[in-house]
Design a protein around this ligand. Structure first.
Ligand SMILES: CC(C)(COP(=O)(O)OP(=O)(O)OC[C@H]1O[C@@H](n2cnc3c(N)ncnc32)[C@H](O)[C@@H]1OP(=O)(O)O)[C@@H](O)C(=O)NCCC(=O)NCCS
Length: 196
């Protein structure tokens, strides 16, 4: 399955952060600050993120899970991930938006774009770029990335050592714009130098 690598430029204009619709609440969990997860929703997934954070696998303490709730029902979730072994194409200070999911009953109401704008606002830093990696066939997600100001950088794939995607890496293999890899350099570095 081909994977598309989108990126938001460091100097992109700030996203407009609109208020949450009435009755909805935005929740944040940052393992580096908040400690172990306490909510039952997504507990195993968040325990894994917590373990990765504690093991020092992330390049920074910026990992954050954002979610939108109505009462006790989660309507949307997303994670903000620093560079780590799954995303070797990122620069040290970059962040990746992933794991997006919106409850099918409330799709196309702006919840994903709202949480993405909120992530941009919370994690803005000089020179920082945000990445968005998506399977080519996921047309809704591709459209979302473009709507949120992301531009196609290149294509690649997810490796599956021992057949396990969880152990794999997202590899950026070909640039959507002309790129001349440096001798011995990695492709993402040469793409960076061409568009920055
Ligand atoms: C992708 C997903 C997270 C979008 O969530 P959402 O809350 O419905 O997204 P939003 O309402 O914020 O959409 C913002 C924009 O993205 C684009 N978009 C979102 N869903 C779309 C769809 N099904 N078809 C076309 N464009 C779409 C549109 O431009 C939309 O703006 P518009 O509604 O004003 O036209 C949701 O469809 C989902 O959970 N899909 C299943 C899980 C998944 O694929 N996650 C992404 C993994 S990379």
């Amino acid at each position: 399955m081909s994977v598309l690598f989108y990126r938001r430029a460091a100097d992109a204009p700030p996203s407009e952060v609109v208020g949450l619709p009435p009755g909805l609440v935005l929740r944040s969990w940052r393992p580096a600050v908040d400690g172990p997860p306490r909510r039952r929703a997504g507990l195993w997934r968040n325990l894994a993120w917590f373990a990765f954070q504690r093991a020092g696998l992330f390049a920074s303490g910026d990992f954050e899970a954002l979610s939108i709730w109505r009462g006790e029902r989660m309507l949307h979730r997303m994670v903000v991930t620093p560079r780590w072994l799954r995303f070797p194409f990122m620069a040290e200070g970059d962040l990746q938006l992933g794991g997006l999911w919106t409850d099918p009953e409330v799709r196309r109401l702006g919840l994903a774009s709202l949480s993405i704008a909120e992530a941009h606002r919370r994690h803005a830093a000089p020179g920082r770029r945000f990445w968005y990696v998506v399977e080519e066939a996921n047309l809704a997600s591709v459209a979302l990335a473009k709507t949120c100001g992301y531009h196609l950088i290149g294509t690649g794939r997810r490796t599956r050592p021992l057949g396990l995607a969880a152990l794999g890496q997202f590899r950026l293999e070909s640039a959507a714009i002309p790129a001349t890899p440096r001798a011995g350099g990695d492709l993402s570095e040469s793409v960076d130098s061409q568009i920055s």
